[in-house]
Design a protein around this ligand. Structure first.
Ligand SMILES: Cc1cc2nc3c(=O)[nH]c(=O)nc-3n(C[C@H](O)[C@H](O)[C@H](O)COP(=O)(O)O)c2cc1C
Length: 194
């Protein structure tokens, strides 16, 4: 897999990927699953509002949530996510609980929580593939959600199918393309000492 790292980063970051090939036979243990959502729980958030919400479906569980979540995915994601032993839906609570005012960081903080969950998964050898390709209206209807809660992303969680040999080229912008002003290559001898 082509995955050039320009500067050293922690393996929790470099080893992460969003696979399409999940091993349908390998379950995620309850302990691991609990730790993934514990990682989400400890994420920083604006005003500590913790506006992320999740719906979690484990395939084979008699609550039927996995199938409900599968039905919420768009077809192009169903094609591969069908093998994920766990599906989740990430949702945002758009309003602050204490005053009902809009929380403009809500979506940002859901992203952060899902990132925490994903890196916790990575260090456990578990993969997470997020999906914007969901039907939010269907999810609202299916789970009877409040108006202030918006379904945002699907998450397929499981182990990569080791027999899959697909080599996906992974492409990234240069950091120079997203650091708009200033730079990281500091020459400390030339900086202001005051
Ligand atoms: C919020 C979000 C939504 C995404 N939606 C989809 C999706 O609907 N379908 C899909 O196949 N991949 C989806 N992806 C995966 C991205 O395509 C993937 O993260 C990107 O190509 C980089 O690859 P990597 O995660 O393996 O580094 C999504 C990723 C994120 C973070």
């Amino acid at each position: 897999m082509k995955n050039p790292i320009n500067h050293p980063i922690h393996e929790a970051l470099s080893a992460r990927q969003s696979p399409y090939a999940f091993d349908p036979e390998r379950k995620v243990s309850t302990d691991d699953l609990n730790s993934l959502f514990e990682a989400a729980r400890w994420t920083m958030s604006s005003y500590n509002a913790q506006p992320w919400r999740y719906i979690v479906g484990v395939r084979g569980s008699d609550d039927g949530v996995w199938k409900q979540l599968f039905d919420v995915l768009l077809e192009e994601n169903q094609v591969w996510a069908k093998n994920a032993p766990v599906l989740a839906l990430g949702l945002v609570e758009h309003n602050f609980e204490h005053n009902g005012e809009p929380n403009k960081a809500a979506v940002h903080d859901l992203g952060a929580a899902s990132a925490s969950l994903t890196f916790e998964a990575t260090v456990r050898g578990i993969a997470v593939h997020q999906m914007i390709g969901i039907d939010p209206e269907k999810a609202c209807e299916m789970f009877g959600l409040n108006e202030s809660i918006e379904p945002f992303t699907g998450l397929a969680i499981g182990y990569v199918d080791a027999s899959d040999k697909t080599d996906t080229e992974r492409v990234r912008k240069s950091s120079k393309d997203f650091i708009l002003h200033g730079h990281t290559d500091v020459d400390w001898s030339k900086t202001d000492k005051s």
